[in-house]
Design a protein around this ligand. Sequence first.
Ligand code: AMP
Length: 542
Amino acid sequence: MLGLMQNWPLLCHRIIDHAAAIHGQQEVVTRSVEGPIHRTTYAAIRGNALKVGQQLDRHGIKIGDRVATIAWNTWRHLEAWYGIMGIGAVCHTVNPRLFPDQIVWIVNHAQDRIMMTDLTFVPLLEKIADKMPSVERYIVFTDRAHMPQTTLKNAIAYEDWIAEADGDFRWKEFDENTAAAMCYTSGTTGDPKGVLYSHRSNVLHAMMANNPDALGTRAKDTMLPVVPLFHANSWGIAFSAPSMGTKLVMPGPKLDGASVYELLSTEKVTYSAGVPTVWLMLLQYMATEKKTLPDLKVVVCGGSAMPRSMIKAFMDMGVEPRHAWGMTEMSPLGTVGALKPPFANLTGEAALDVLQTQGYPPFGVQMKITDDAGKPQPWDAKTFGRLKVSGPSISKAYYRLDANILDEDGFFDTGDVATMDPYGYMRITDRSKDVIKSGGEWISSIDLENLAVGHPKVLEAAVIGVQHPKWDERPLLIVQLKPDQQATREDILQYMDGKIAKWWMPDDVQFVDSIPHTATGKILKIALREQFKDYRFPTAAA
Ligand code: AMP
């Protein structure tokens, strides 16, 4: 027997419809690419999103066609986002930090028909446009006054383009399983892989993110997503915040400590989300300038491990740090680190111990850890295993790739290695390819990195496994010091000594001017391995 409830498809544009109807006057504030602060509302964003849909429809964009954006977090990007999805086209967010050749590869693989972009990226696109023949038209997120002379095909200023529409338009009707958005994984090896979100998966993910122990903002909150729309759906915030009527503050192109601080402060932001690098810059700026943020309540940090010292810095400011883990294939939320019973009343170091884990999954994400043969491992907080996940907003396949990516129980292998504890808290110990295999045992590079960045002179640290004649691999610690700071190998090792098992101690420390990052802000270990490919440990020379 079937239930007798309405069939109300879970469609992304219903979120902006709701935001406009119920929270229509709520503000969306942006530091515009042109410079000034811009203010609009959810009602106005929906109005312009309808015009985007109308214009795309006139252009002949059909359900399933891909429309790309290469753009910062701004109100125009949000309008385009909902406008594209509302006609059943696929909003393909391209990461501008990728190498130009990767952008070309991705756009050709996706066969994007229209490209919407910011002034910032016009010069980049002009150089590669002739290699992207599927793109019929470029729309630049600006007005006529700021529109540059450009060789981009059929280029038009966004404001002129939407001014051609009257907005007398209805969203298209389609099934909730229709593709809504796509995002290619940055992938440090091999070709990028296209993750294809559906309307249903995005709406369910937004509801999951709105869990108060996850990103759960309220209508009276203000959220600043530093995490870009092009990085795994801005962690779903472009859906979850409007669905709650939360005020959004969009940082545009300026993500340095001073600029992010200014917006957090002047707009009285209560929630923010971003990768550790961003918070490092903010905390440094605030320490140097002796600034405070009395309104900030929650900072969500993920994408890479959040160091213990950073968690403590936020706690000392009276801000609740929420360490989150996820991935593009998971839309992206997997776990969030809130303190739940029996840990809810912990303080100090004991609280840090729990908050340093990557947290526990909300309803909608199922997890298991297994050995290489697929056998489930115990949740004892000690045993490492391959982390596998299932849920309604987790990929079952990649775009235009035939390979099966699920195990026999329908779980996706995240490529991460983790422990689980009896309370469901998960701790990432490594990417499976980064874990250091020493004498048949595993050493977590992330744990060593987290410890090393606790040293007051260390800005960033990376650990890679280097071949060792006796142990197979041993950890090499690579350190970038804070500006104008000096430290020796012994200083760093002494600091770490006694805080980890003896056999986990790095065999050596190398100092570098800068640690390379991927387009999504993760440490680029493949480049470090290349840089240190001829390195041999002094003790292993013989
Ligand atoms: P992406 O799809 O680019 O977001 O990358 C996802 C990967 O980033 C995950 O599989 C993890 O390896 C890593 N990652 C994300 N969040 C964290 C975290 N909090 N701690 C450690 N690694 C993380």
